[in-house]
Write a new protein. Structure first.
Length: 942
């Protein structure tokens, strides 16, 4: 990999950044910041960290923007009496628009940030619109309340008409003529009922002689519920003229039983209550909610009872209405009420139409207004980060920006200055600093998903190698090694292709579902995973657990019909295809992937595929780890760290080569030279057949134990040696393996002690020559920091920190350096072994996926082929639906997610730990696009 030029940033490293200082005239600052916000390439620093938000220069402008945003779509402090939390979270205008179910037009238009003087016009527009809506709403609420009251009064006049008929009138007059006797009798019955309920003996009351003419026809139980008002007392001849009062009103239906009981208990039975339910659902006059209500009328005597009755009605929130005594007055009132109701309907309709027209007109501009207000607000927030010079005529800002974009930034500043009408140009000066710059990677919609995978582990340290370009290929490939199935890969590819082809429509739809957003955001990652799964499926020759015989198998049937018939009726049901007889050397191996004949090998198919996939996973894992170590060389070279190259990179490569790369070479050699049949000579030794193929696992163990093993596979007389697969199989194998082990062991103390010793020695020489300190650099590789030598040189050059990888100056601490080096060395040595074993998950998950696919085919879909006729056709459709559903949800979704997570771990830990520090901080530019998108997502998440 060639190193990109400093002024030509590549995709392999983050962009070169520089710290710049801006000098903006006060009258041009607003417009210049607006232009930079549209550009989105500048990250401003806060030059007033000790100043609170309320003490900054533009706090009043920010508050004005907050108020405008509140009116449109911001948070509003309201009473939660009868409103939901969602209503409280939206602004007044937006809440009213949503209440009328009016869609808010979003054309995707991106208006420019308004001029500061336009804030007054916007404020006036919003104030006028809000006041108009509030006035209309108040009038509408008043009209609705009047309409509800008139409707209730209409029902009262209609329902109580029957109460004043002659028969009903005689009933309540007769009842009330009882006087105190009715009250006394009622209380006696209530006491008796309470005694019976508490288990106490009851005492029947004996009437006096004067009371004997009364005939009691009421029930033994105390009056309660609707039947309470129907309790009848028939009187004797004693009557007197009474002056009776009454009140009428409505009450909620669910409150009626308690209302009746309290009324009777408080008035001691000296009231007469009649009720009638209203069939229509009415709107409550206070809350406006739809409720069921009941009309009631209460007759009583005296002012004292009148006061009690009204207090009880008030306590139960019953609404009382005036009701005339004479029929003529009631008829006149009914006519007047009906006339007013019709008039109110007309006025209400006109009011609602006017309100709807206002909201429809506002809904077309709400999104545009919000965009303008949020841009103004973000500009003033940014201006609050600036310093003001002593003359108050200039604003001073500091910002990080990419070196490659300086020309565009200067052009934006020039454009902003011209639009503001300022005669003094804005100035941008690059600054020198020892602070680590932020990390900025340019991405597009394709590379963004893979860059997010890398950034989820940690933001790259400034200018170190970016793993994302390599992850674009290695991640979907390792996923496909575990997921490899041509059929399942095709399903995944088609799903991702749908998201890609419909991405504009799906983005415009703004679907809020989190799971959908996850799949849609990673559509290009899924597309490559599906494509690589198709490729590995071809290599495995696996399509829904079946094989494709496209090019014709190289194996043939070497048995005649008699042997096959004898096998069919014999106890042994398996035939062995001997390579010397059944394999066609002229046809050669299958052109792509595994020969389809292995799909028929029920007894040893699994052994063959297990061996193949296990060795393949080891080779792929060691290859990726080696590539990671090679990338660490690029980091050391870029940061000019010769000490790391000599005493870290080289020992690591030697250690890997002596053990793990050597193992991979043995696997490849065994695949190529050690065939199933005998050969005259392999590396000078006669090879009798597959029984003597070397055992690499036991050979690796013997290599570390330094055992002395025999050589060759046969004795001088041509007989096969005992355990010939354990013998050395090439000349000098024992010597070379011993040399490899000793070399790998020597590399460990070199990695551990060489660098700390040389740093200590250099520091000692410096101190002896008069230097008190040694300039050192903290280089974070993997998860641990290491302190490496750095020649004393000026701090970051004017090019914007191109050479600093985390610069630090201070006294040399040998103990710290030794601890860091020990941690890093132990991690690498043990990690080589554990990470190699970790890559065996490629084999394990591939085996699990293939076996699950085979189980679904065998246990579900294969049964449909055994059925004939009409029922067979129906069963085929049903079983295919079950097979397809299980395959999609289990093998594509669940297994796909499992393989994705394992591939993620292999890249984060096994691969990136060899070269990637991930200790940087992300470049967060001031961008209108990002701010507006975050605000929109926050609104949609509420």
């Amino acid at each position: 990999m060639t190193e990109p030029e400093p002024d030509q940033p590549g995709i392999y490293r983050s962009e070169q950044m520089t710290l710049a200082q801006l000098f903006l005239q006060s009258e041009a600052a607003y417009q210049c910041v607006a232009e930079l916000g549209e550009l989105g390439l500048v990250q401003f620093r806060d030059l007033n960290p000790d100043t609170s938000a309320f003490q900054r220069k533009y706090v009043n402008e920010v508050r004005r923007c907050d108020e405008m945003e509140r009116k449109l779509s911001g948070y509003e402090i309201i009473k939660f009496t009868r409103r939901s939390l969602d209503d409280a979270r939206s602004g007044y205008l937006e809440r009213e628009i949503k209440k009328d179910q009016i869609p808010m037009l979003d054309t995707g238009e991106n208006p420019d940030a308004p001029q500061p003087r336009e804030m007054i016009d916007l404020e006036a527009t919003f104030e006028k619109l809000e006041n108009e809506l509030r006035e209309v709403n108040r009038n509408e609420e008043t009209l609705k309340k009047n309409f509800s009251e008139l409707t209730e009064l209409k029902h009262i006049l209609r329902k109580t008409q029957t109460f004043f008929e002659e028969e009903g009138r005689q009933e309540w007059i007769c009842y009330l003529e009882c006087g105190d006797l009715a009250s006394e009798l009622y209380m006696t019955r209530v006491v008796e009922h309470d005694r019976r309920r508490m288990g106490e003996p009851t005492r029947r009351r004996t009437l006096s002689a004067e009371q004997e003419p009364l005939i009691i026809t009421a029930e033994e139980e105390p009056p309660s519920g609707p039947g309470l008002s129907m309790t009848m007392l028939r009187l004797g001849t004693h009557k007197k003229k009474l002056q009776v009062c009454f009140v009428a009103g409505v009450i909620r239906r669910e409150r009626l039983p308690a209302f009746e009981r309290l009324l009777w208990r408080a008035c001691r039975g000296n009231v007469f209550l009649r009720t009638s339910e209203i069939d229509d659902v009415l709107n409550d006059t206070v809350t406006g909610e739809p409720v069921n209500k009941t009309v009631f009328i209460i007759f009583f005597q005296g002012d004292q009872l009148k006061t009690k009755v009204k207090k009880i009605c008030e306590g139960f929130r019953a609404t009382l209405y005036p009701c005339p005594d004479t029929p003529q007055e009631r008829r006149e009132m009914s006519i007047g009420v009906m006339t007013r109701i019709e008039d109110l309907k007309t006025v209400l309709g006109q009011t609602q139409d006017h309100r709807h027209r206002v909201l429809v007109a506002a809904s077309k501009n709400v999104r545009m207004w919000l965009t303008k207000v949020r841009k103004i607000k973000s500009i003033y927030h940014t201006l609050n980060l600036f310093n003001i010079d002593v003359t108050h005529k200039c604003l001073i800002a500091e910002c990080w920006c990419p070196v490659s974009e300086l020309d565009r930034i200067k052009l934006a500043l020039k454009r902003g200055t011209e639009e503001s009408g300022s005669q003094v140009p804005s100035i941008l000066n690059r600054m020198e600093t020892s602070e680590p710059p932020p990390t900025y990677h340019k991405t597009n919609k394709f590379t963004k998903g893979f860059q997010n995978i890398v950034d989820a582990y940690g933001i790259a340290t400034y200018r170190e190698i970016n793993p994302a370009p390599y992850t674009m290929i290695s991640f979907p490939f390792l996923f496909a090694v575990m997921f490899g199935d041509l059929g399942h890969g095709t399903v995944m590819l088609l799903a991702a292709l749908f998201f890609i082809l419909k991405e504009k429509q799906l983005e415009a739809a703004r679907i809020k579902d989190e799971i959908f957003q996850t799949f849609f955001g990673g559509r290009y990652v899924i597309f490559l995973m599906g494509a690589f799964s198709i490729y590995t499926g071809l290599l495995y020759n696996d399509v829904f657990s079946k094989s494709l015989n496209i090019f014709g198998s190289g194996w043939t049937n070497c048995y005649d019909i008699k042997e096959i018939d004898r096998l069919q009726y014999g106890p042994e049901k398996t035939l062995m295809l001997i390579p010397e007889k059944a394999y066609d050397d002229a046809a050669g191996p299958y052109p792509i992937g595994v020969d389809p004949v292995w799909n028929l090998a029920e007894s040893n198919k699994l052994n063959f595929l297990n061996s193949l996939k296990m060795k393949l996973s080891v080779i792929l894992g060691i290859a990726q780890m080696t590539f990671g170590v090679l990338l660490s060389y690029q980091n050391h070279k870029y940061f000019k760290s010769d000490l790391d190259i000599k005493f870290m990179f080289i020992p690591q490569m030697v250690f890997l080569a002596c053990i793990f790369i050597y193992l991979c070479l043995e696997i490849v050699v065994k695949w190529i030279w050690f065939t199933a049949g005998p050969q005259d000579s392999i590396f000078g030794y006669k090879y009798p057949g597959s029984n003597c193929a070397p055992s690499l696992l036991i050979g690796l163990i013997n290599m570390f134990m330094m055992k002395t093993m025999g050589t060759g596979f046969v004795d001088d007389d041509g007989s096969q040696k005992f355990q010939c697969y354990l013998n050395n199989w090439y000349p000098g194998q024992g010597f070379f393996q011993t040399l490899f082990v000793l070399t790998a062991i020597v590399c460990v103390p070199v990695m551990l002690f060489a660098k700390p010793y040389l740093l200590w020695k250099a520091d000692k020489e410096r101190r002896e020559s008069g230097h008190r300190q040694l300039s050192v650099r903290a280089d974070m590789n993997g998860d641990d920091a290491e302190v490496v030598h750095a020649e004393p040189k000026p701090s970051t050059s004017s090019s914007g920190g191109g050479g600093a990888h985390g610069h630090d100056s201070g006294p040399f601490e040998f103990g710290e350096v030794m601890v860091y080096q020990a941690i890093h060395t132990i991690e690498f040595v043990l990690g080589c072994v554990s990470h190699t074993a970790s890559y065996l998950r490629l084999w394990a998950l591939s085996l699990a996926h293939a076996q699950l696919s085979d189980v679904l085919w065998t246990m579900v879909f294969r049964h449909s082929f055994t059925l004939d006729g009409y029922y067979g056709a129906v069963a085929t459709y049903i079983l295919f639906f079950i097979f397809g559903s299980l395959s999609f949800f289990i093998l594509v979704l669940m297994e796909g997610l499992s393989a994705f997570l394992h591939a993620l771990r292999l890249h984060w830990v096994e691969f990136q730990s060899k070269f990637y520090g991930g200790l940087g901080h992300m470049f967060v530019p001031f961008s209108f696009e990002t701010i507006l998108e975050e605000e929109r997502e926050a609104e949609e998440s509420l």
